[in-house]
Design a protein around this ligand. Structure first.
Ligand code: SF4
Length: 468
């Protein structure tokens, strides 16, 4: 699994703690290492945070003592900072004018430079995460009374970020100018709701209002909502296309696209681009399910089951001594005995990262008598790592990082291997230009280690680009 993080927030609802818990629960697929909820009654922020699944944290911590009508929550998968309690979000900090809490999805590419500068100026960091940089900027005594305190701090950040931020009175939502990570805005009984994916809005009965715009900061308090913009406007947006391929729940609508429809379309395009002479189609569940369905529709081959999934093979039951990647994969999926015996099967998955797991699937099918296994992948070869919040391994560890398609086919021991093309990947998406595809092309929208433009020294943070 290669998760991102999940954010959920609400302002103006008497059941805020329960609704945040419910919303976060439907975002658990985005991170299982830690979870936290921070709530305010307008005067004081109280929080619970812990390692593990949301419901484990809620059971251990004094969730029942949280009260207030506004708050934010986070489920974590670490792409920077190790899996330690201090890195679990929301991160909390004190400024001279009160308390702040920050929850982040994405990766900042200039966090190290910002951190070094702030450390040199006497700031004290308590975590190993890139997200703490924003908290330190917001709680910096020099900026407390600046009108551009928020937009200036956000303008200093480079890379991928969707943030939910709160102080005792306000909830703020922000998305980086490229729009790498999703963040949607909804309404429920007059309350404002924020979620990484729309499935969390649906879960609590909220209505989707719109996506937060790239480069937008929405501030909600008792007087209503204000929208500001920050940072430079990029030539093109860079929504993470891998969110559509893999991360997001099929019942979510991201960047204007229904996930399940997109994956069905990818399967159909894959069948058109890479047909296979076979007897049936099977999915690697659950990740390849919709693409396999699309492949079967387009090819006319029957869709059948080759694996059964163990839904209880969660991370919390793993014995560290045997918790290797392959062992985890084996616990999760078992091959259906004899189901593919003597048959030529097209096995469809959403993506192929290291290849080791898929190789074990092919071997298992062949052990159970499959005559031929033809692998079809509903995204192009992943050749480059991601610096924007997706936990891909190094180029050397990526199956396609140093191998051509034939090399990967040999590695997984399949009878044939086909990937959807880049053109096929964006075909169902009307706004082709607005997607990041760097892990397939190496063409990074934001260079890692770009010049630090935080401007904290003499002039402080940059003014907001526009207000409305
Ligand atoms: Fe998403 Fe790939 Fe871009 Fe990372 S490099 S943001 S995974 S599309």
């Amino acid at each position: 699994m290669r998760e991102a993080c999940g954010l959920f927030g609400i302002f103006g609802h008497p059941s805020a703690p329960s609704l945040i818990r419910e919303g976060l629960f439907s975002l658990q697929h985005r991170g299982q290492e830690g979870a936290g909820i921070a709530v305010s009654d307008g005067r004081r922020i109280a929080a619970i945070r812990g390692l593990g699944l949301l419901e484990e944290v809620v059971a251990r911590e004094p969730f029942g003592e949280l009260s207030g009508d506004r708050g934010i929550g986070h489920v974590r998968y670490s792409t920077t900072g190790s899996n330690r309690l201090e890195n679990v979000q929301p991160l909390l900090g004190e400024a001279p004018d009160g308390a702040w809490a920050v929850a982040h999805n994405g990766n900042l590419v200039n966090a190290t430079a910002l951190r070094q500068t702030l450390l040199g100026e006497g700031a004290c960091f308590h975590t190993g995460t890139d997200s703490e940089v924003l908290l330190r900027l917001l709680t910096d005594a020099r900026f407390v009374n600046r009108p551009d305190r928020l937009t200036g701090a956000l303008s200093a950040l480079e890379g991928a970020f969707s943030f939910l931020i709160m102080n005792e009175r306000q909830i703020m939502a922000a998305r980086d100018p490229f729009g790498f990570r999703p963040l949607s805005v909804g309404r429920l009984d007059g309350a404002w709701v924020f979620a990484s994916e729309t499935c969390a809005l649906t879960q609590i009965g909220a209505r989707l209002e719109r996506d937060l715009e790239p480069g937008e900061l929405l501030i909600v308090d008792e007087s209503g909502a204000r929208s500001l913009h920050f940072g430079s406007v990029p030539a093109q947006h860079a929504h993470c296309i891998f969110e559509l391929v893999y991360f997001a729940r099929p019942d979510s609508r991201l960047f204007g696209h229904w996930i399940y429809r997109t994956r069905l379309a990818h399967g159909r395009i894959l069948a058109h681009e890479c047909p296979a002479d076979a007897d049936c189609v099977a999915a690697v569940p659950d990740s390849g399910s919709f693409a396999a369905q699309g492949f079967a529709q387009e090819s006319g081959l029957p869709l059948e089951s080759a694996f059964i999934r163990n839904h209880y093979a969660g991370r919390s039951f793993l014995d560290p001594a045997v918790a290797g990647r392959e062992r985890r994969a084996d616990r999760k999926l078992a091959v259906l005995p004899n189901a593919m015996e003597g048959r030529r099967v097209v096995l469809v998955d959403d993506s192929l990262v290291r290849g080791t797991t898929l190789g074990r699937r092919v071997a298992a099918l062949k052990r159970e008598g499959a005559r031929e296994v033809h692998i079809r992948i509903a995204c192009p070869p992943i050749t480059h790592p991601c610096y924007y919040g997706v936990d891909f391994p190094t180029r050397e560890e990526l199956a396609a990082g140093t191998r051509d398609v034939e090399g990967v086919r040999k590695m997984v021991d399949a009878d044939s291997l086909g990937y959807i093309s880049l053109a096929g990947l964006v075909e169902p998406l009307p706004v082709h230009a607005g997607f990041c595809r760097a892990c397939f092309t190496g063409d990074y929208p934001v260079a890692r280690g770009m010049a630090d433009k935080m401007g904290l020294e003499a002039e402080g943070c940059a003014p907001p680009r526009s207000c409305s």
